[in-house]
Every structure is written in C-alpha cells, then in structure tokens.
Design a protein around this ligand. Structure first.
Ligand code: TYD
Ligand code: MG
Length: 454
C-alpha cells in the first residue's frame, strides 16, 4: 500500500505547507508546523472531517427542534456530575491527568458499569490484556461484559469499532495510538492529532460515545496539540495530591453541561470510591486555634465546599521577598498584598508570604480573596482568627469587599458543619437569618481586618 503524502499543518491556524519550516507561512507563528497526512483526493475519500457536525441544508434556527441529548449515565455519580448527567451519544470526552492518578482505574470502573447496559469496548494501548484483567480483579468489578482490545494501531481500532459497534469506547491512551498513514512516531503531535480526528469522526458518524485518556505535560496541560481540545466535546482533568487519597475530577470544557462542576473520589485498596459529601474534606482539624489559618467556603458548581487556607508570613533574609502559593493563583496574591498595603495599612515588602490551600485542592474563584488576606494578617500578627469563623468574599483594588454567588448556600453549609460566625461581603448579607450562624457583613477590607483583630 502506498503511503499517504504528508503535509505540514500549523497547530495554531491550521494552515498548510508542503515542507517543514520554522515559521508558519499563514499566521507567522513559530515552530507550529507538524506533519499530518495529506487529505485524501476529493471524490474517493471525500473530506476527512465530514460528519463532524453533520453537513446539511440551511434552515431557520427557529425550525430546528431543540431536544435534549439522550444521556447514558455511567452510574458513577461523581463522574456523571462533571459530565453533565452522563455520556452523550457520539460525544467525545478527553480526560487528562498525571500518571498514576487513577485514570485507567476510573475508566475501567465506569466501563464495567456501562457494560451492564450497553456494549462497551476498552482499547488498551498502554497495558496488556493481562494487566487490565488483573486490575479488574483487584477492583472486584464485574468486567465480564467489557470487551477488551489491546491495540495501538488506529486502522485496526477503526475496524474493531466497525465490527463490534459499541455504544461506548474507551481509548487508553490517545498518545499511544499511531496511524500507519503517517511516518512520525506514536505520541508525536501529528499522530495524536490525526488519531483523535479520525476517532472523533467515527464517534460522530456511528453515535458511539468515546472517552480518550490523555497524558499531561509537566506543566499540567494536556500533551499534544491544542487543537485536541477544540476537536472533542468535553475536556476533563483528573487531579489530586498523590500523597492523599482524594482525587478530583473537573470539567474544563463541556459542550453538554456546565464546566464548574467537580466530582470527588477517594482512592482505596479496591479502586475509586465516590465521596458524595465532600464539604468537610479540606479542613485540617487543629486542636487549638492557630495563627495563619482561615476557613473559607468555596462553591464548586452546585456544591459548597469548606477549605482551610493557610498563610505563613516570615521576615525576608536578603534579596527579593518571596510570594508563593499552592492551590491558589500567584498573581492574585501579589495583588492582595498591594491592596492590604494601600487600604489596610499593612506593609509586607520585607516579608516572605506563603499561602496554601489544604488537601491539594485548587481554588480558582476570586471569592477566596478575603480568606487569603485574613490568613495573611493573622500570620503577620501571630494571632489566631476568632474560632469557628468562616470567610468568603472577593477583594477589589479599591479595597472594597465584593459579593460572591450563592452566598446563602455557603452560609447554610458552614452552619451545618458547626461554624458559628461568618465574615461575608455586605452584599451577601442574607435577607433571612440562617439558622445557627452569626453573619458579620463587611463593606471594606479594613472592616474585616479590624474585626479579626478584636
Ligand atoms: P492508574 O489507574 O493506573 O493510573 P493512570 O491510569 O492515571 O496512570 O492508577 C494507578 C495508581 O492507583 C497506582 O499507583 C495504584 C493505585 N491504585 C490503588 O490504590 N487502588 C486500586 O484499586 C488500583 C487499581 C490502583
Ligand atoms: Mg493508565
């Protein structure tokens, strides 16, 4: 069989060039050209991307029947939560995460449950059939109905998909596949892109829901071309501190659901166990009140979550003061320190500041600002914050404390876990009293700092 001709495609703009060069001739980006298979001649093979969204006639939007996507729940509640209720027919999910975090474990558990309802094909490119079987035994899942294919060649996988017509296919992992139409090595950008594009096309045409497992780079982004994220319908990240047993799964992009949902699992001896009530997971239980610790209520999708934030302020010895965050945004810390200086009169230019979110959780919402600032103030003064207090609120550059979403729910959750006071933005003051919790509403950062110093 003659090899298909190669062309070089830009990962930024998609422009093509006949041979490799350092700069894309179309968008002038550097080092973005990668080898791809040339499109098959028109007529014979048609458009390789045909069927991605289904070609069709021009119609008035009003005439299109808007029906809900039929969902296929994986019956792992926490997984379904991030998927938006389950897998969608023909939908493609990409799930990324560090090696050893538990991606294969999660997908094998999900596959076993799905196989009870519909035909499932598990393509294992990383592990042999024996290894997968061993894992299934360890997990004590009923994997009898899961069809397994240890294979890395795209063309054979396509053939298996065509013969077995599964409702769900798991690809573990997309980086191990290669297409014999390309000359580059498995795992190269060109191969990953080509295999993902081909499989996505199969998913759209056959209605098979596909889940790709993807590796991440050292920086934590999915390895391979950015176009991968555009190609698929849903991008999930599986994360967690490998030193603790908790694993979080989050949606980064979801054409079929919300992106701020989070699923929580615990890794046990027998696989992943769902944690359906994680709100108190990220609290460390100090025996006495300690300086530099502040409990915040964050909102993950539809669920409030209590997280302890810790700050350590220490004199700088020579050189630039250090600003370090774990689980929070570094730039945001620099900004909060400037606000603290200008609007609360606390100077930290000769102090190192370290901030940590307990339990390996990552907080992206600005609603953490007030808690971060109070933890810093508490460490600076070496005085614990008043006991049984929770905090939330965004801090603005003018020193104002801005409201967050779903304040009422956050208060209720805090009350449920035995907190008696909450320092919250004035605009989040509840209209009706929340049973069991005293609300301290603040308008400015300085009000909160003064209150904490009482
Ligand atoms: P795995 O699913 O192979 O990770 P990934 O596919 O993301 O690379 O999980 C590997 C880790 O999980 C491994 O270090 C062992 C641990 N593990 C358990 O603790 N309990 C179990 O039941 C299983 C199957 C794995
Ligand atoms: Mg694996």
């Amino acid at each position: 069989m003659a090899r298909a001709r190669s062309v070089y495609t830009c990962t930024e703009c998609g422009g093509q060039a006949p041979k490799w060069q350092g700069q894309c001739p179309h968008c002038e980006a550097w080092n973005t050209l990668v080898e791809t298979a040339a499109e098959a001649a028109k007529g014979a093979g048609g458009n390789r991307f045909a069927g991605l969204a289904g070609g069709g006639e021009v119609v008035a939007l009003a005439e299109v029947e808007a029906k809900d996507f039929p969902r296929m729940p994986t019956l792992l509640q926490e997984f379904d939560r991030v998927l938006g209720g389950g897998l969608v027919e023909g939908g493609v999910v990409l799930i990324g995460g560090d090696p050893g975090i538990g991606k294969s474990t999660l997908l094998l558990q999900a596959a076993a449950r799905l196989a009870e309802q519909a035909p499932v094909l598990y393509v294992s490119g990383e592990e042999s059939a024996q290894q997968v079987a061993l894992r299934a035994r360890r997990l004590e899942v009923n994997a009898a109905k899961v069809r397994l294919l240890p294979e890395i060649e795209l063309e054979r996988i396509q053939a298996a998909l065509a013969t077995h017509r599964p409702r769900v296919a798991v690809i573990d992992s997309i980086q191990t596949l290669y297409s014999s139409a390309l000359t580059s090595a498995p795992g190269s950008v060109a191969q990953v892109r080509e295999c993902a594009a081909q499989l996505t096309r199969v998913a759209k045409q056959s209605g098979t829901a596909m889940i790709f497992i993807g590796h991440v780079t050292k920086e934590g982004a999915l390895a391979g071309p950015r176009v991968l994220e555009h190609m698929v319908d849903t991008v999930l990240y599986f994360e967690g501190d490998t030193h603790t047993s908790f694993r979080l799964i989050r949606a980064f992009k979801n054409r079929f659901g919300a992106v701020n949902e989070m699923g929580v699992f615990a890794m046990t001896e027998r696989g992943l166990r769902e944690v359906t009530n994680p709100s108190a997971l990220f609290l460390s239980h100090h025996r006495a009140d300690v300086p530099g610790s502040c409990v915040m209520v964050t909102q993950e999708g539809t669920r409030p979550l209590l997280v302890e934030l810790q700050a350590l302020v220490d004199e700088t010895h020579g050189g630039q003061p250090r600003r370090l965050t774990v689980g929070l945004e570094q730039n945001r810390l620099a900004m909060l320190l400037a606000v603290l200086h200008r609007h609360a009169g606390l100077a930290l230019f000769d102090q190192d500041v370290f901030v940590n979110a307990v339990g390996g959780v990552r907080i992206v919402e600005p609603g953490a600002d007030l808690a971060v600032t109070l933890a810093i103030v508490s460490s600076l003064r070496n005085r614990a914050l008043p006991a049984k207090h929770v905090v939330f609120g965004e801090v603005g550059l003018a020193g104002e404390v801005r409201p967050v979403q779903r304040g009422q729910e956050r208060l209720r959750e805090a009350a449920k876990l035995g907190f008696t006071h909450a320092i919250v933005p004035a605009a989040n003051r509840p209209r009706q009293r929340v049973e069991g919790i005293e609300v301290v509403a603040v308008e400015r950062l300085s009000d909160a700092v003064d209150y904490a110093a009482r």
